[in-house]
Design a protein around this ligand. Sequence first.
Ligand code: NAD
Length: 500
Amino acid sequence: MPSNVIGHLINGEQIQDTAHTQDVYNPSTGAVSKKVALAAKETVEKAIAAAQDAFPEWRDTSPLKRARIMFRFKELLEKNADKIAHLIGEEHGKIIHDARGELQRGIEVVEYACGAPELLKGEFTKNVGTNIDAWSDFQPLGVVAGITPFNFPTMVPLWMFPLAIVCGNTFVLKPSERDPSSTFYIAELLYEAGLPKGVLNVVNGGKEAVDTLLEDKRVQAISFVGSTPIAEYIYKTAAANGKRCQALGGAKNHAIVMPDADLDNVVSSLLGAAFGSSGERCMALSVAVTIGDEMGDKLVQELSKAMKTLKLGAYSEASNDFGPVITKQHQEKIIGHITSAEQQGAKIIVDGRHIKVSGYENGFFVGATLIDHVNAQMDSYKAEIFGPVLQVIRVETMEQAMKLINEHEYGNGTCIYTRDGEAARYFCDHIQVGMVGVNIPLPVPVAYHSFGGWKRSLFGDLHIYGPDGVRFYTRRKTVTQRWPSSGVREGSQFSMPTMN
Ligand code: NAD
């Protein structure tokens, strides 16, 4: 078996099933670096069976023992952070410092999962009636599955499996087939931390693997993160198969720039939020909505000046600001969006379509692009571009800006730049978006809150990780208990029991 084929991790063992494979690229060079196996239905079924077999013992393992494995896992992630960051960068293209940042945000969820004994304590009330006690217990679901996107190959899986596992579930993970190595490696580290066999299983693959997870009756719940059309498909299919599902989708995140905003702060933070990670973040700020033409002119002028200083290049060079996009097809798609904006009447202020990076001529690069005079009818505005492209829309009032955001199909993240507390408070209260920033461009909730958008950015009821994550991966059981002793026995009672 060629050593550069990424296989599967089932019951703690590496498994190769290489009838079907797909190329994995190094986007910085444009060359194929590895291959990934695409699991057949039978392979996914083996992973589900391993998780099913491991469940009874893991369910009865004390939360403290489960948490201790997570403490060791956190140490191993930190110890191996450089290696993980390189694996991320090599296949995703993000710069090494950005890859470290992604890993750190994932580790924070592991830290939250280390609190399992506290998180799973349940609720107890003594004497809900005379000599009657009641408690609610949060029990694991069984085998649960996670399906993850390319853009955060370690952070998004870490949003899912640590919490699901400390809650007593066993897990089957289907990572993105475009950058599978770092995900596979962190799963191996969890075994090194002492995880019993079968509690976490990784199957690489595409649609066949995903459909098997969606249809198999043994899988109780699905966490999904990816694009909106697939999220919607996952949610509907999981529900039709009787499963609990949270499916997080795509985004189009707007920043409102009020006339009183601190322009220097807006420019520097917009650069990172729009172009960091080549705009391949579901929380990337891709639209700036300026209030008043004066702010529009100033912002475009200052941004275009600042964009000249941006450094684009290979993932391994720490002084670069951002790297290539994930594939050649995606590069072409982003360039197509820029061209369509131009054809529909927008003005390209800074054009990243024809950029070449010296020494990396075959890399999948798109330069930072600034487009002015965009409007809500343009295709480039409606779509999630998922590239280093910032579009500017000019309106006259804050109400007009909020209307634009509220009418967009996505509602993942948004931000307002202002010095006016009253305006900011009104914005937070009335905007139809799940994660909101005030002078904070990427309001990604910390691990002990929960992450999720509104509208077509999330299908399902519960957000991911944090308190909602614990609720998603457990089900409530409420016990009401009396131990009869002489004198407290009750006879038959035909009316509804009450506390009289
Ligand atoms: P994607 O939807 O193409 O793929 C996500 C997962 O679904 C992958 O594991 C893939 O193998 C699987 N998949 C793809 N097509 C499928 C099909 N037809 N049937 C079944 N499974 C299928 O997403 P991507 O390109 O990997 O990631 C980028 C997208 O993810 C963007 O839209 C981004 O906004 C979104 N995203 C959202 C969040 C969030 O929290 N809302 C976070 C990260 C990324």
